[in-house]
Design a binder for this molecule. Structure first.
Ligand code: SF4
Length: 217
């Protein structure tokens, strides 16, 4: 089976297992989505949701966070990893959104990636989940699965993004990003892989006889 055939099988299996998919990070507008994605770096979505559910009912606009100031933002998010750095980014990006974008989140990769604490992955999630723009955000989990499934040579996330975009139709990218994340959490975990147990590998590699070495992302 070549890469294109594997990609087709994988898409079919993921659509069967996850016909509908929920966005795991809770938010109340595009701005709070941006904040949640920023907070989720090196932190679980559950942890982020637990913290933000106490914040977003009161604070959900850039002006709210500028009025709070850095120290108060730190207090609100201190249960989240590297909270000082993240509080600084939230405060500074809120100021920039007010000064340069009329308090709105910009709808472009270029402008999003200029914001403090916002890299290409965060921008991709905001573009896809916030604005419905086709994007394929690649985190370490998607990178790992794409390597294991033989969809990329997996040198880095930039290459993985290019390879996955070539292999899957644009209309599937946004949903696929979440489906792969869910599959990774449920079946294709970082430490557990035998290469012969899960549906994707038994389908794509039916002749496999030996346990495969796990490739770490
Ligand atoms: S066997 Fe399962 S855990 Fe291993 S690569 Fe395949 S899908 Fe992932």
């Amino acid at each position: 089976m070549n890469k294109i055939q594997r990609a087709k099988k994988i898409l079919k299996i993921l659509n069967e297992i996850y016909p509908t998919i929920k966005v795991p990070l809770k938010s109340r507008n595009v701005f709070t989505l941006l904040i949640s994605v920023l907070l989720s770096a090196q932190c679980t979505d559950v942890n982020v949701n637990n913290v933000t559910k106490k914040i977003y009912p009161r604070y959900y606009r850039p002006t709210h966070f500028v009025d709070l100031g850095r120290k108060k933002i730190e207090k609100l998010i201190k249960k989240i990893g590297i909270y000082r750095v993240k509080a600084k980014s939230i405060y500074n990006l809120s100021k920039i959104l007010i000064q340069k974008h009329g308090g709105k989140v910009p709808r472009s990769f270029e402008e999003l990636e200029k914001l403090p604490g916002v890299g290409h992955k965060t921008a991709s999630v905001v573009m896809s989940q916030g604005f419905g723009y086709p994007a394929f955000a690649i985190d370490t989990h998607i990178h790992r699965l794409a390597q294991r499934w033989g969809l990329t040579n997996g040198k880095n996330v930039v290459q993985t993004e290019k390879d996955l975009k070539r292999l899957f139709p644009k209309k599937n990218w946004n949903k696929l990003h979440l489906q792969i994340i869910y599959y990774g959490r449920e079946y294709c975990k970082a430490r557990e892989c035998y290469g012969m147990t899960c549906k994707i590998c038994t389908t794509c590699y039916p002749k496999r006889k030996k346990i495969v070495k796990t490739i770490k992302a």
